[in-house]
Design a protein around this ligand. Structure first.
Ligand code: F6R
Length: 608
């Protein structure tokens, strides 16, 4: 989704801003732009398409200046075009502004400004902001911004400068992230910490309804009522190079291969040896309240939602809680009875997903305990939940979530263990699970060594346009996840189904051109899965099975087998996920798709 980068200091702003934009490319965008001042004269360049095209155009201008703002846009109001790309400027061409978020009452403000003589050049909601600020400007940018924002409904992360005063950039936030990067005699700001870590690891996150002023030698933060805000800097632990590909062709592949480490990081220091229980520092403050909880609701979107679906089975097996799962976009509009005996767990890699954040706010309003399971430290969901656990999976750059999904599934096991051991879960069962959790990184490593076999099968099947993914019980959410991975990066139609549902509809799709990927581990559902496979074969459907290492017999029923080592039933789906991620990756590669930045998708979905 849209990205913002700003720089003010003594250096030439342009290369720093362009590098920042490159580091935001993974979020998904369709146009980009940059405005710089503080040199001989201000310049503004906007392009449709890639940041590399913007760089080419900027090089023609030979710009200089020490103060600048830049943006990648993901179209919401108005198609991708140069006119709609940010930065936007007003009628006098003195104020330049970039904006993430949505201005809901933009039409009413626009009509009013047109009456007052303003001329608009884009179809965006953002352009009204810069005209409104211009309308309110006397001699002070902060006052004009605050006055303008008092009329605005919606969400925003905004950065702007005035060419008459190239010594400052002003920022404001409501509902759309902005992080300040604190350097030596220079300051940066961005909507995503990845744009900053090359230059500084000292950051400050702006809160909603706060405004910041950056200059080359100083910065200040205040609220919209002019009250000064003092905030400590935080240190980001991610090394700058963790946002590089480390020799892999794509971030997605690198992240798939980082999964043993991501799982290790999710577990590190979180298992109490010999007691079959976990230790989660982030939940310490709510331990007593957790003991009184009767109902748990998972909320999230996309891949994180699939982790929640698996979490439901895990919690039902290990705890006495009644468990519900809901898509955040549905949950927030339901008429739910939530009280102090209910907890919600919001899962989000980015910690910024608009629907998940809205669900958290709704649950808080109704008195539920709100927990977060988030990867991005300091993100809005991490801040707004009552307590929570971090994934510590490192930055996930590929748009398709992989390593964070496995990390989420591992941590849900840890949370279930923590609660379950207060309830019915025995020491013996607890020990069995903690032992199996610790073995996961080595088992995932083994699966990754088999990647060439998955690649071979993926190349063979890359020409098909439709796939069915089937799984039962713990593997049903993995069938959904496998289908999502394939469709989002290879643009192949794929449906995930609970295998038991096959006869209730999807079986009519089966023919020689509609292959099925069947998750058929040697667990309690094995015989039923074999029945489903036979039903598909009886209709000339092709079947690729993901099966347990050593199950030679299954090869007689299917066309291809991908073997996976065995673990306990509740953790088997985590292992089964890995070949499906690899399959999606290699199909997309064979079809020459833009794997890390699939069309129309954004890494962090900050609009409803
Ligand atoms: C799919 C994918 C998305 C995200 C979804 C939620 O591979 O990555 O479906 O899972 O947009 O994002 P987060 O977890 O950041 O809330």
């Amino acid at each position: 989704m849209c990205g913002i980068v700003c720089y003010i200091g003594k250096r030439d702003a342009t290369p720093i801003l362009l590098e920042g934009l490159r580091r935001l490319e993974y979020r998904g965008y369709d146009s980009a732009g940059i405005a710089v001042t503080g040199g001989e004269q201000p310049y503004l360049v906007k392009t449709v398409g890639k940041v590399s095209e913007l760089e080419r155009r900027v090089a023609e201008v030979k710009p200089a200046g020490t103060c600048g703002i830049a943006h990648t846009r993901w179209a919401t109001h108005g198609r991708p075009s140069e006119a709609n790309a940010h930065p936007h400027t007003g009628c006098h061409g003195k104020i330049y502004l970039v904006h993430n978020g949505i201005i809901e009452n933009y039409q009413e403000i626009k009509d009013d400004l047109i009456q007052k003589g303003h001329r608009f050049h884009s179809e965006t909601d953002t352009e009204v902001l810069v005209h409104l600020i211009e309308e309110n400007f006397r001699d002070d940018l902060e006052s004009a911004l605050k006055k303008a924002l008092s009329r605005v409904q919606g969400t925003f992360g905004i950065a702007l400068f005035h060419t008459d005063d190239p010594t400052k950039i002003v920022l404001a936030r409501r509902g759309s992230p902005l992080i300040l990067g604190i350097g030596r005699n220079e300051y940066l700001a961005a909507s995503d910490v990845n744009a900053l870590i090359r230059y500084t690891n000292k950051v400050i996150t702006l809160n909603d309804n706060e405004l910041a002023v950056l200059s080359a030698g100083d910065y200040s933060i205040s609220d919209f009522q002019d009250r000064k805000v003092e905030r400590q800097t935080e240190t980001i632990e991610w090394p700058a190079q963790s946002a590089d590909k480390k020799g892999f062709e794509h971030f997605m592949l690198k992240e798939i291969f980082e999964q043993p480490e991501a799982v290790q990081n999710a577990l590190r220091g979180r298992i109490v040896d010999g007691e079959g229980v976990s230790r989660l520092g982030g939940l310490d403050s709510v331990t007593e309240r957790l003991k009184s909880i009767k109902k748990l609701i998972f909320v999230s979107c996309g891949t994180s939602f699939h982790a929640c679906l698996l979490g439901r089975y895990t919690f039902e097996k290990l705890t006495d809680l009644s468990v519900e799962v809901d898509l955040a976009s549905e949950f927030r509009y339901r008429n739910l009875m939530l009280d102090e005996k209910t907890a919600i767990i919001a899962l989000s890699q980015s910690g910024e997903t608009a629907d998940t954040l809205a669900a958290v706010r709704e649950a808080k309003r109704k008195g539920a305990l709100c927990l977060g399971l988030v990867n991005v430290v300091g993100s809005t969901i991490a801040k707004e939940t009552d307590a929570g656990v971090y994934n510590h999976a490192g930055p996930e750059i590929g748009v398709a979530s992989t390593k964070v999904f496995l990390s989420q599934c591992v941590i849900l096991n840890l949370i279930a263990l923590l609660i379950g051991r207060y309830q019915r879960l025995s020491l013996t069962e607890g020990l069995l699970i903690t032992r199996a959790l610790k073995e996961l990184p080595a088992l995932i490593d083994k699966i990754l060594k088999n990647a060439p076999r998955v690649e071979e099968i993926a190349r063979e099947y890359a020409r098909y346009e439709n796939f069915l993914f089937l799984g039962r019980l713990y593997n049903y959410p993995i069938a959904l996840e496998g289908a999502l991975k394939l469709k989002e990066i290879s643009y192949v139609h794929a449906e995930g189904y609970a295998a038991g549902e096959m006869k209730h509809g999807p079986i009519s799709l089966i023919d020689p051109d509609f292959p099925t990927i069947a998750l058929a581990p040697r667990d309690s559902t094995y015989d039923k899965m074999i029945n489903n496979i036979q039903e598909i074969k009886a209709r000339d459907g092709k079947v690729i099975a993901v099966a347990t290492q050593g199950d030679e017999g299954i090869a007689h029923h299917v066309d291809r087998v991908i073997y996976v080592p065995q673990t306990i039933d509740i953790l088997q789906p985590l292992l089964n996920t890995v070949p499906l991620q690899l399959f999606a990756y290699y199909v997309a590669r064979a079809r020459s798709c833009a794997i890390d930045k699939p069309r129309n998708l954004a890494k962090s979905v900050t609009v409803e």
